[in-house]
Design a protein around this ligand. Structure first.
Ligand code: MV4
Length: 444
């Protein structure tokens, strides 16, 4: 096992990783920008190294600074958390070359899944269902028109280097295809330095259901069931739950088996998530694979009793999985509300000083956060300030427990989206489990 791990992240996920290390008896090195001197991850880690000014580019995204910190502190491994360098295959490769274990998949597996055209091509080879698509990048407007006609409108244009909704364009008819193609191409080029785009059949109002997988370096791959992440706004997830109200054991097994097949085929190791769209006819289609620990991993931890972050560390250290598929049993129901420092009506970020704080507790309540009273939320990073996770024996118990916990949660000095969560939890369709990716467009 490792003796010392550097956490290349900040906020709640840095704290989450430090907690796992502590419990495993591993010492921790935090890195921080000058805006994060008073952060909880700096206070909780055994050592902390300043890696630059507030801007992410100059600190948390600065590969050289992060690797130098790991060298100086003599860390044997780096945990990237999510965001920042977590899905940067070049960074993972540099870690490998420096003899520092990257706690995640190989740079090769990351690269495969990073290009969505390559990823979909691989999936088709092993007969994982995908929506009809162009099979390759479309290089000009003429090709785009031919493809869209063949596939049938509506179609969606996606960036090969994109993911998570970045650089997507929905197209309803041929009239708007030309413009959409050129915009998608230029946006992709500007954002990713790669303008390649492809075309796919658009699925109307599906659910977003993702399967958590975990794989060791000895050929063992296990899935930990699904998360339903349909409640999102502009590709930012807001509320997630496990299990999905839409799945039964038969569909869960089919999707889980598909996810395992994906992981085995590409030689994937460590924790990963295979994203699917699930349509009205309960057919599922591969979307993309996320090669990191996800924000919403706690809901899976609650219903499986597996500590995903500890498992990531054990796997990176070369250990075998301590469980087989038959040992995984989903029990009860978990919901996560992402608490953001933002205006609940306009969604504008609301950084600033927290002047009063009460964190909920009691049975079945977990809060993953890095805030404390009198802490000032810096304006430079994302607005997630806490994840409120509840567990219940049933979905209805989890819902009423979440409402109770949200009532206990007081944050003063800044605005939060707590009122939005209360609204969602009172919607009839949500209570009945009738959600899809357009849920929030309809109700808020
Ligand atoms: C789609 C789609 C409908 N049809 N692809 C958004 C994020 C990226 N992972 C894929 N996304 C979508 N791809 C086809 N062919 C709808 C979405 C989508 C979406 C997916 C999951 C969760 C929320 C979403 C919100 C808008 C669009």
């Amino acid at each position: 096992m490792f003796h010392k791990i550097l956490i290349a992240n900040r906020g709640e996920i840095a704290v989450r990783v430090i907690r796992a290390c502590r419990e495993l008896g591993i010492s921790t090195v935090a890195v921080y920008s000058t805006a994060d001197e008073n952060s909880l991850h700096v206070k909780f880690a055994d050592e902390a190294i300043c890696i630059g000014p507030p801007k992410s580019r100059d600190s948390y995204l600065n590969v050289t600074s992060v690797l130098s910190a790991a060298e100086v502190a003599d860390a044997e491994a780096v945990h990237p958390g999510y965001g920042f360098l977590a899905e940067n295959a070049d960074f993972a490769e540099m870690c490998e070359n420096c003899g520092i274990k990257f706690i995640g998949p190989s740079s090769q597996a990351m690269r495969l899944m990073g290009n969505k055209i390559v990823a979909k091509t691989q999936m088709e080879k092993v007969k994982i269902p995908v929506l009809p698509w162009s099979k390759t990048a479309v290089k000009d407007e003429k090709e785009a028109v031919e493809m869209a006609k063949k596939i049938g409108f509506p179609v969606i244009i996606k960036a090969a280097a994109g993911g998570g909704g970045k650089g997507m364009k929905l197209v309803h008819s041929q009239a708007s295809l030309g413009n959409a193609f050129h915009t998608a191409h230029s946006e992709a080029l500007a954002a990713f330095g790669d303008g390649s785009v492809y075309i796919e059949k658009y699925s109307e109002s599906p659910r977003h259901v993702e399967i958590q997988i975990i794989a060791d370096n000895h050929g063992n791959v296990v899935h930990l069931g699904e998360r339903d992440c349909s409640i999102q706004r502009r590709h930012q997830k807001i509320l997630e739950e496990a299990p999905s109200p839409a799945l039964d054991d038969k569909l869960r097994n089919a999707m889980g088996e598909a996810a395992i097949k994906v992981a085995k085929y590409i030689g994937y190791t460590n924790a990963g998530t295979v994203e699917f769209l699930l349509d009205k006819n309960r057919r599922f289609y591969f979307m993309e694979m996320n090669t990191r620990v996800q924000v919403e991993h706690p809901v899976t931890e609650m219903v499986t009793d597996i500590d995903i972050v500890k498992e990531q560390i054990r796997i990176a250290a070369g250990e075998k999985l301590r469980f087989k598929q038959k040992h995984i049993r989903l029990k009860g129901h978990a919901i996560e509300c992402r608490i953001n420092a933002e205006d609940p009506d306009t969604f504008a970020p609301s950084p600033g000083k927290i002047t009063r704080l009460n964190i909920p507790g009691g049975p079945g309540v977990r809060v993953d956060s890095a805030i404390y009273c009198d802490y000032t939320i810096p304006p430079h990073y994302d607005s997630l300030i806490a994840k409120l996770i509840v567990y219940g024996d049933t979905r209805l118990e989890a819902i009423s427990r979440m409402k109770r916990a949200l009532d206990e949660f007081t944050v003063e000095g800044i605005k939060t989206n707590i009122p939005l969560h209360k609204k969602i939890l009172n919607e009839h369709d949500f209570i009945e489990g009738r959600v899809d990716i357009n849920f929030l467009n309809r109700y808020v």
